[in-house]
Design a protein around this ligand. Structure first.
Ligand code: NAD
Ligand code: MG
Length: 393
């Protein structure tokens, strides 16, 4: 029996995690669920999985939670604040932490889980984008077990050889990591219509159902850019070793190309319960609730190269990745500000990339030697992004 803490339990990944866990009451029990604002869902989730703790990221929802708990006959204990989120990750009872908070807010509790040597299921790609090298050093130092949940990275993980040596593709006979992406809802939209894109259109992903921030990132392909950076750190590879491939059907979740010409791909229906189940049960396999692929329905498989006019954010992210940690931290911060403004209808879709580019051009490269320093840099970039946003609007 493994004990699990779920960070971001009310979100899309959090709810899918609870769904997989509910299928295996003999294998997993839930220690804590954390949430930010969706109090009704947080309490309902705690009741369903019989969580020992409910953790709220801030005080403001406390009265609401108490009321909901009374209504729903919930007996969990309530904790509040960022420190409590870290504590439920590092508690000795906990074996596995699902890191599924969206954005930079996920960094500190995820690092707490790493420092406590847990099995960390990483959905929160932003924490690796912000602190890649420091994060991976902490994983090694504390002998944490880091398993990727992002479907592409989970796929790559499944396609790597068992003797894969971190950072040494050649020794494993690998020539390239092929990171696939669908191209999002605007893959074929005329570029002159981009100015009028609404949040609802951007959030309507053709293949995946996800939270709003990652949905916008998928539409702009910033998500693939963040995943490019994530892949670099997860597998210790160079920028030149990763190739982004458009694959609109999202059936192949990513591939590894070997030097003998073999390409190993991981396939499945686009449903996050597959990587979540694999992360929970690795190296075994458990039932996830995902329906099997029906090959008679897969009429075509197509592939293309992404276009840099359509997806400027992808190329900004690849350039930031080459520049280094401070650039990727700044880009992530700026993008969070820009996407929030777009979702609030204060910024156009095209202006997301323009804002990100301006923020990057205003910051010079610095060494980030500690997590505190990363957070400071993140805040500086956010402030610049907000100032630029005011100028634009
Ligand atoms: P979501 O918006 O559906 O859920 C986000 C969760 O984070 C919620 O539980 C929310 O309460 C919590 N949260 C938000 N702001 C917070 C704050 N300031 N402090 C504490 N908690 C906060 O997002 P999602 O789609 O589930 O994505 C979660 C993470 O997983 C993201 O990093 C995303 O990039 C990654 N991811 C998601 C998918 C997917 O299919 N949804 C796939 C791959 C990776
Ligand atoms: Mg992904």
């Amino acid at each position: 029996m493994k004990t699990v803490t779920i960070l971001g339990a009310t979100g899309s990944i959090g709810q899918n995690t609870l769904d997989v866990i509910s299928r295996h009451p003999d294998l997993y029990r839930v220690f804590a669920v954390t949430g930010h604002s969706n109090v009704e869902s947080l309490v309902r989730s705690a009741v369903l999985c019989n969580a020992r703790f409910i953790v709220l990221s801030n005080e403001s929802a406390y009265e609401n939670v108490k009321q909901q708990m009374q209504q729903q006959h919930c007996h969990s204990e309530v904790l509040i604040g960022p420190e409590a989120m870290c504590e439920v990750c590092s508690a000795p009872e906990v074996d596995i932490v699902m890191s599924a908070i969206v954005g930079a807010a996920g960094l500190l509790p995820t690092i707490a889980a790493v420092r406590a040597s847990k099995r960390v299921l990483l959905a929160n790609k932003e924490s690796l984008v912000m602190s890649g090298e420091l994060f991976m050093n902490a994983v090694r130092e504390h002998k944490a077990e880091l398993l990727p949940i992002d479907s592409e990275h989970n796929a790559i993980f499944q396609c790597l050889p068992h003797n894969f040596e971190y950072g040494n593709l050649a020794a494993s006979g690998i020539s390239k990591i092929l990171l696939t992406g669908s191209g999002g809802p605007f893959r074929e939209k005329p570029l002159d219509e981009f100015e009028l894109i609404t949040p609802e259109q951007a959030c309507a992903h053709p293949n995946w159902t996800m939270g709003r921030k990652i949905s916008v990132d998928s539409a702009s392909m910033m998500n693939k850019g963040l995943e490019f950076i994530e892949a670099k750190w997860l597998f210790g590879v160079d920028e030149a070793d990763i190739q982004v491939v458009l694959h609109p059907q999202s059936t192949i979740h990513s591939m590894v190309q070997y030097s003998d010409g073999s390409v190993i791909a991981q396939m499945g229906n686009p449903d996050m319960r597959t990587p979540i189940a694999y992360g929970l049960s690795y190296p075994s396999r458990i039932e996830s609730g995902v329906s099997p692929l029906d090959f008679s329905q897969l009429a075509n498989f197509s592939f293309a190269e992404p276009d840099n006019l359509r997806y400027p954010n992808l190329y900004l992210a690849i350039e930031a990745c080459k520049e280094g940690q401070s650039a990727t931290t700044a880009l992530n911060a700026s993008n969070e500000v820009a996407v929030e403004a777009f979702l609030d209808q204060k910024l156009s879709f095209c202006a997301i990339a323009a804002l990100n580019e301006r923020v990057l051009s205003k910051l010079s490269t610095v060494e980030l030697n500690s997590i505190a320093h990363v957070i400071e840099h993140d805040e500086m970039a956010r402030n610049i992004a907000r100032a630029e946003l005011r100028k634009l609007s």
